[in-house]
Design a protein around this ligand. Structure first.
Ligand SMILES: Cc1cc2nc3c(=O)[nH]c(=O)nc-3n(C[C@H](O)[C@H](O)[C@H](O)COP(=O)(O)OP(=O)(O)OC[C@H]3O[C@@H](n4cnc5c(N)ncnc54)[C@H](O)[C@@H]3O)c2cc1C
Ligand SMILES: NC(=O)c1ccc[n+]([C@@H]2O[C@H](COP(=O)([O-])OP(=O)(O)OC[C@H]3O[C@@H](n4cnc5c(N)ncnc54)[C@H](OP(=O)(O)O)[C@@H]3O)[C@@H](O)[C@H]2O)c1
Length: 529
């Protein structure tokens, strides 16, 4: 007969830490829970219950919520009554951006099949997606049994440098500012050397990088903790852990939980409320890790408990703006720098400012190639392409053009580029003009939003040349959009529908169906973020 063993006692908080026995016991339990993340594969019955698909459960396999502009509450409504895995997908940000290492559907299948225990990987969905996934995850074990469909398999590549879970080191070479004097933007052309690591890539894919936090921010946090930066945590110093391993923005619910436990009174109430997604002071959206320590001033969590309560640092993706076929062993990115001010404090986007100012030529960085989910040059090199990429959206299209030149692809190429001002924000102007003169770039259409009194965007230029655009589409051109997901991509798609309706002599409904069909056939592809 099997003997039932008591669960092993887990000691994460050292006995030297400044907690009472009761506090230490609670914290040990709390962190043991966090650390017991290792996925336990489901039994066949449980897997079946959560993986129900179109077969037999009334789910039509369609995903009407799969639109990055629909707010999460509306997406969850659209998924009501659907199997758990489909509701998990609806909780994600619907960008299929690849930052989690999957597309939205595969990530939800992996979680529902208990092949993926990390519920916080959806970067564009942020905390609201993580919270929703957490609550849906609790339903897994309650789900009733049903016939099993295909098991969810995580899309993990094993080859080094081909997945976020297996990065390799590449050498940073240089950076060059693309904006000229007078610009309101700060966008960098970044070069890496891949010759040392032997990594190659295909245009349309993106580059994953593991950036490091700003030392100044880290040292301010250490000062607020009242700790020494040399405090050892799992063999590393506190400073090293805060620079390399954990995210310092936004503040995770677990940090609020920790604070609620080690404080009392109104601090405890507020921290508890914040941990539950409430916003007692109307400042929840502004709370990064340092702002939390300032808000709950004087609260000094033990460094080890503090670090355990933070989220792991996530990689960031950047579209390749170079072509391996054109320049093997080299790669470039086009990176817009994220800086903003909240209150009196300057906030730094982690990876963009790392590439803009904290990495030096010759430094090595952990990187990987993220395969795009349906964003690539057409297989037939004769196929014409129309590329719409304002701002950093031009990145993959520079790569497409360089690749088509290197491989001698005869297809016609039309680029729509736009930005704020023609005299200071025309990225790669000399190169693009030279490609046009050489005939490789058949058409270059430009839109400057702040040159005149009225905003003028790429879709306004598209409408002006709608007849020719329709002709290209009718000839079989592929159409691509890259850049801002929230507004630009939707507005450009709307303009496309109007152009199809007007010049393709269709009703609006027929034009919408035409554009949907282009997507289905892979002739309309998007890389938006
Ligand atoms: C497939 C893919 C390709 C991409 N390609 C490119 C590319 O080619 N070039 C490029 O520049 N980017 C690209 N991105 C975006 C890129 O991955 C990062 O998201 C971006 O650089 C910001 O990362 P960060 O680490 O610098 O900022 P983070 O530390 O992630 O900070 C960004 C966050 O700060 C907050 N924030 C930003 N501005 C403000 C503000 N004004 N007020 C308040 N809060 C604010 C928002 O919450 C925002 O999500 C791509 C993304 C994907 C998914
Ligand atoms: N995750 C992040 O935090 C992060 C990092 C980098 C970039 N981004 C976002 O990613 C997007 C791309 O940034 P970017 O630097 O490449 O360029 P951008 O800020 O999107 O600007 C590029 C051009 O697009 C115009 N534009 C604004 N709204 C538009 C719309 N609805 N339709 C068409 N064009 C529109 C802009 O005009 P105006 O500005 O004059 O209106 C500008 O001329 C932005 O939304 C940016 O905020 C986010």
């Amino acid at each position: 007969m099997n003997q039932i063993m008591p669960p092993p006692k887990i000691e994460i908080i050292p006995s030297s830490a400044p907690f009472s026995e009761a506090q230490r016991s609670w914290l040990n339990g709390f962190f043991a829970g966090l650390l017991s993340d290792a996925p336990t594969p489901l039994s066949a019955e449980q897997g079946a219950a959560v993986m129900q698909d179109a077969a037999g459960d009334g789910d039509d396999g369609d995903a009407p919520w799969h639109d990055q502009t629909i707010p999460i509450a509306d997406r969850m409504k659209l998924a009501e009554g659907r199997p758990l895995q489909r509701r998990m997908m609806a909780a994600m940000a619907q960008q299929d951006c690849g930052q989690c290492g999957y597309n939205c559907n595969d990530y939800s299948e992996a979680i529902a099949g208990k092949n993926e225990a990390r519920l916080n990987l959806c970067v564009p969905g942020g905390k609201e997606t993580a919270r929703m996934l957490k609550s849906l995850y609790e339903e897994i074990d309650k789900a009733p049994a049903a016939p099993l469909s295909a098991p969810a398999v995580p899309v993990l590549a094993v080859e080094p440098g081909r997945s976020r879970d297996n990065p390799i080191a590449a050498k940073f070479v240089s950076r060059r500012l693309l904006n000229k004097k007078g610009s309101e933007k700060e966008t960098w052309h970044i070069d890496f050397d891949l010759s040392g690591c032997g990594l190659d890539y295909v245009v349309g894919d993106s580059f994953g990088i593991f950036a490091r936090n700003d030392l100044g921010l880290v040292d301010q946090i250490i000062a607020l903790l009242g700790a020494s930066h040399t405090t050892k945590i799992n063999g590393k110093t506190l400073r090293e852990v805060l620079i390399d391993d954990v995210s310092l923005a936004p503040a995770p619910d677990t940090l609020f939980e920790l604070i609620s436990f080690i404080t009392g009174g109104s601090y405890r109430e507020k921290a508890r409320a914040l941990a539950q997604g409430e916003d007692p002071d109307g400042d929840a959206a502004t709370l990064d890790v340092m702002a939390v320590l300032q808000k709950f001033s004087g609260v000094r969590p033990h460094p080890e408990a503090f670090v355990e309560a933070l989220e792991p640092l996530q990689p960031r993706l950047y579209s390749f703006s170079s072509s391996h076929n054109a320049t093997p062993g080299k790669l470039s990115l086009t990176v817009d720098c994220v800086r903003y001010v909240i209150g009196k404090r300057k906030r730094l986007g982690l990876a963009s400012t790392f590439l803009a100012e904290r990495i030096n030529p010759g430094d090595e960085l952990k990187v990987y190639v993220q395969k795009a989910h349906g964003f690539a040059l057409p297989q037939d090199p004769k196929t014409p392409i129309i590329m719409i990429g304002p701002g950093t959206g031009v990145a993959p299209f520079r790569a497409f053009l360089l690749d088509r030149r290197a491989t001698g692809a005869p297809g016609k190429n039309w680029l729509f580029f736009g930005h704020q001002r023609s005299d200071c924000d025309f990225f790669y102007a000399d190169e693009l003009n030279a490609l046009k003169t050489s005939g490789l770039l058949t058409r270059l259409s430009l839109a400057w939003s702040r040159d005149g009194d009225k905003k003028f965007y790429v879709q306004d230029r598209m409408r002006e040349v709608g007849r020719e655009l329709w002709t290209w589409l009718a000839e079989g051109a592929n159409l691509y959009i890259c850049g801002d997901a929230k507004r630009m991509a939707k507005d450009v798609e709307r303009a496309l529908v109007d152009i199809v309706a007007q010049f393709g002599a269709r009703t609006t409904d027929e034009a919408v169906a035409f554009v949907a069909e282009l997507k289905k056939k892979g002739r309309f592809q998007q890389d938006v973020y």
